[in-house]
Design a protein around this ligand. Structure first.
Ligand code: CAA
Length: 257
């Protein structure tokens, strides 16, 4: 794996490892993630999954913005569908999946964390859906899962302002379950909670995951609407302006075109 560090048995720890881009998810990383999640589902010796980011700065800073600028509308739609499918695989995994959020969890990174069953964060973690600052919207299920986790009003505020929130606020609104002071403590706690879950009946755990997820039907129109809007927005002048501004490290000037 080029972009992931993976250690198996009995828990698979997946570390997203593209520090030069703050662990942003390019298509290659997404595809590697799909391969590992599938393998974890199939391997009897893997009992649970922990997802974290390499380094001390980022969990995942989103989809790879530079790569997004190269996509046609059709390719953007396909990418959003792929991202949705992979995150759905994570959400539906019958084994516990815990995100250890060790820094920026933005856009696709926040969406990845939200697809996990449980989120823990270190004090320096920052969460947000800043896609509107690029002239697009979250494309990997963020509009749906954020509303499920924190309620519609707070989700709309975060997705419309693009504001980043710290770990403590994320805990207050229900986006994360526990916050630790340091990254070392984060990894300790995630392993402790995983060990506790793995002492329970695996079939019962799978049943809990399936039952909770069934209450949040994936087949609703929201995910489809999100993908369609995501693809359409990548064709706008606003997206060209938003992404140029990001790359040139300046404030964008949107015109609604
Ligand atoms: N994609 C590609 N490259 C990224 C990236 C991303 N999402 N986030 C950071 N990087 C790169 C930067 O371009 C920079 O590269 P260079 O050194 O070559 O310039 C490097 O990582 C370090 O980043 P910064 O210099 O920006 O670091 P900073 O500390 O000043 O800021 C940050 C950190 C606030 C997280 C900032 O990097 C940032 O805002 N990143 C983008 C966050 C974002 O908009 N995410 C959403 C992406 S779109 C998406 O995810 C769509 C979807 O739902 C599918």
């Amino acid at each position: 794996m080029k972009n992931l560090l993976v250690s198996f048995e009995p828990v698979c720890t997946i570390t997203i490892n593209r520090p030069q881009a703050l662990n942003a998810l390019n298509q290659e990383t997404l595809s590697e993630l799909k391969t590992v999640i599938k393998e974890c589902g199939e391997r009897a010796d893997v009992k649970g999954i922990i997802i974290t980011g390499a380094g001390e700065k980022a969990f995942v800073a989103g989809a790879d913005i530079k790569e997004l600028t190269l996509l046609s509308k059709e390719e953007a739609f396909t990418l959003a569908q792929q991202g949705l499918q992979i995150f759905k695989m994570i959400e539906d995994c019958p084994k516990p999946v815990i995100a250890a959020v060790n820094g920026f969890a933005l856009g696709g990174g926040c969406e990845l964390a939200m697809a996990c069953h449980i989120r823990l964060a270190s004090e320096n973690a920052k969460f947000g859906l800043p896609e509107v600052s690029l002239g697009i919207l979250p494309g990997y299920g963020g509009t749906q899962r954020l509303a499920q986790l924190v309620g519609r009003g707070k989700a709309l505020e975060l997705a419309m302002t693009g504001d980043m929130i710290g770990a403590q606020e994320a805990k207050e609104i229900g986006l994360v379950n526990h916050v630790t002071s340091t990254q070392a403590e984060l990894l300790e706690l995630v392993n402790k909670i995983m060990a506790k879950i793995l002492k329970k009946g695996p079939l019962a755990i799978a049943g809990v995951i399936k039952s909770v997820n069934t209450g949040y039907a994936f087949a609703n129109e929201g995910y489809k609407t999100e993908s369609e809007n995501f693809a359409t927005l990548t064709t706008t002048k606003d997206f060209a302006e938003g992404t140029s501004a990001f790359i040139e490290k300046r404030t964008p000037n949107f015109k609604g075109e």
